[in-house]
Write a protein that binds this ligand. Structure first.
Ligand code: DAH
Length: 364
């Protein structure tokens, strides 16, 4: 066995036996580093005669290549084993019960939207959505609010500086009612939807924020009348406020997209500075509070969506979600909803794991 072969056997043996990456690196430096044994051999080539170099050179180069390959192979093996060990150490048992005190909480607006979805799902309503950046036609014109209508001024609309490709003015939707239009244009009746979401108006004080939340309701079917509307709202409010003692008062009103239109008041009483929903507003110690807008969908709106108003009728309603949350859970300043104050969220927020269900209790 030549000296080179002996060296090769010794080095590859040591490399195969290296038990970790540090030991392997020490071996690499000892053989191939600046002062390494193979490096030293390579340096001797310069001082050799051409004949000697021709016979010894290939052997030294072969030694270097074999040792380099052995180092790489062992390194890959050791790294693979290290990764396996790391993965094994990081394994999670997904069947373990959740932490007893989960961090974070569900915002009251999300909670109320979940409650509404649950309540209306039980009555056969699906949840529909639409874009928050709307065009003028869906937000106003199709809802029978023409260009010159004073309601446009009342909505304090945020407009975008540029029109869209069709020359439509673009805006932040001022209400969830455009989802009525989008739903009627994309679905065949019968339709039963609620549409919760963000809406925007240029308005700000203790009871108004530039962004707030509404939920829209829409039913389109044959032979729908105001009785269906009243029953639906009563059933919804009883489930939401978790009391059967809900008395509604429908007051004639006006909305361009409904005819006839009704504003819906609910009876309440004052207790320790808080409004408690329930009871007849005309009874002793009670009063009426305006809660939502509603009505029979205007024939013109149905026709604007390409449906025949002689065949299809329906009702619609719209209500402020933040307002519903404040009434049920007792907050008094709307602005706090959107401050992102963790103390407020810790106080008013809901457990991430307590999902509202009709069977289990709607407010969880
Ligand atoms: N869109 C109205 C608003 O934001 C609320 C409303 C009233 C919606 C009556 C309706 C409705 O669907 O029928 O002021």
């Amino acid at each position: 066995m030549s000296d080179y072969q002996a060296m090769q056997a010794e080095l590859t043996g040591a490399i195969a036996a290296a038990s970790n990456l540090d030991a392997l690196e020490a071996l690499r430096v000892a053989a191939l580093g600046k002062a390494g044994s193979i490096t030293g051999l390579l340096k001797t080539l310069g001082g050799m005669s051409p004949e000697e170099r021709q016979s010894v050179g290939p052997q030294i180069h072969a030694l270097r290549e074999i040792v380099t390959a052995a180092l790489a192979e062992r390194k890959a093996a050791l790294e693979g084993a290290a990764l396996e060990a790391k993965l094994a150490g990081e394994r999670l048992d997904m069947t373990l019960p959740a932490a007893a005190t989960p961090r974070g909480s569900v915002h009251p607006v999300s909670q109320v939207m979940d409650e509404l979805a649950e309540i209306f799902a039980d009555m056969g309503f699906a949840v529909a959505t639409g874009p928050e950046i709307e065009d003028d036609w869906h937000n106003f014109t199709a809802l029978n609010i023409p260009e010159t209508h004073p309601a446009r001024a009342m909505h304090d609309t945020f407009y975008f500086p540029d029109a869209n490709a069709e020359g439509q003015k673009m805006l932040l939707r001022t209400h969830t009612s455009p989802v009525q239009i989008r739903t009627m244009m994309s679905q065949e009746p019968p339709i039963r939807i609620i549409a919760p979401g963000r809406v925007y108006r240029s308005d700000s004080d203790a009871t108004h924020t530039p962004m707030f939340h509404q939920v829209e309701g829409l039913v389109i079917d044959r032979g729908i009348h105001m009785g269906h509307l009243k029953w639906t709202l009563e059933t919804f409010l009883k489930a939401y406020f978790e009391t059967d003692d809900i008395v509604l008062r429908l007051r004639p009103s006006y909305f361009p997209f409904t005819e006839p239109s009704a504003e819906v008041d609910v009876g309440y009483r004052q207790e320790k500075g808080r409004r408690i929903v329930g009871g007849n507003g005309d009874d002793e110690g009670h009063a009426w509070m305006e809660l939502l807008g509603s009505g029979m969908v205007n024939r013109r709106v149905i026709a604007n969506c390409g449906l025949d108003p002689d065949v299809w009728q329906g009702f619609a309603f719209g209500v402020g979600v933040d307002r519903l949350a404040m009434l049920k859970y007792g907050m008094d300043d709307l602005r706090a909803f959107f401050d992102g104050d963790l103390r407020w969220l810790a106080h008013y927020g809901f457990g991430a794991l307590s999902v509202p269900t009709l069977s289990g209790g709607i407010s969880a």
